[in-house]
Design a protein around this ligand. Sequence first.
Ligand code: MG
Length: 250
Amino acid sequence: MICRTNEDFEGMRMAGKITGMALNYAKSLIKPNISTKELDKKIEMYIIEKGAIPSFLNYDGFPASICASVNSIVVHGIPSENTILKEGDIISIDVGVIYNGYNGDAARTFAVGQIDKQTERLVKVTEECFFEGIKHLAVGKRIGEMSEAIQNHAESNGYGVVRELIGHGIGKCLHEAPEVPNYGNRNQGVRVKDGMCLAIEPMINMGSRYVYMCEDGWGIATQDGKPSAHYENTVIVTAKGVEIVTLVEE
Ligand code: MG
C-alpha cells in the first residue's frame, strides 16, 4: 500500500505498534519447557486484548495466530503442544495483526536460555541483514538495491539466503505487491514510491540456502538440518526516510 492520507499513516503506525508490542510480550514468555501452542494462545489473547485481530489465524487455512519456528524450521512453524522449548533452542516468532483495517507484520528470533556462539552469531547477522538492507531503501531506488545488500551481508558471513520465500508489500492486505526478495541485484525490482509500506524479512540459514516443506504443508525447514533465523519489520518509506513501525521499545 502507498500511504496517502494521515489516516493511512496513523493506521499503519497503530497496527505496527501492536505487532511490535506483541513480540515484546512474546520475548517475555520464552523459556525452557513452554510449548509453542501455549505461546500461541497467550500471544493471541494479548492481540485481542489490544483490540486487534490476529491476521495469521485462518489465513489460507493456517491454524494459529503466530508462526513458531524452532531451530531448523525457517518460517511458518505451526504451534503445537508437542513442541516444547528447551535450553539452547532458537525460535522465530512471526506475528501479524489487523487494527482498524491496517496490517502489521513482524518477526524476531529469540534464544531459549543460553545458546551456542555460532547460533548467536546467526541470529545477530540476520538482524543486521535487515538494518543493512534498509540503508539502501529510499524513495526512487529499486527494491533490488536493498535485496543485494541483504544477500551480501548474509553471504559474506558464510550463510545461505532463503529464496523460496520473500518479503512483501503490506497495508490493507497482509500480502501485497511489490515483491521484496532477500537476494538479487540493484537493477531488479520496482522503484520505491513515497509512502510505500513494506514487510522486509530476511530468512537466513547457517548452512546452505536450500529448504523443503514439512509434512504439515506449512513449516519450511532447512535441507541440511542446520538452524535458520528470521527477522522482520513493517516499514513506511517516505522522502524523510524509513520509518520502522513494528519496532517498539521494551
Ligand atoms: Mg511477512
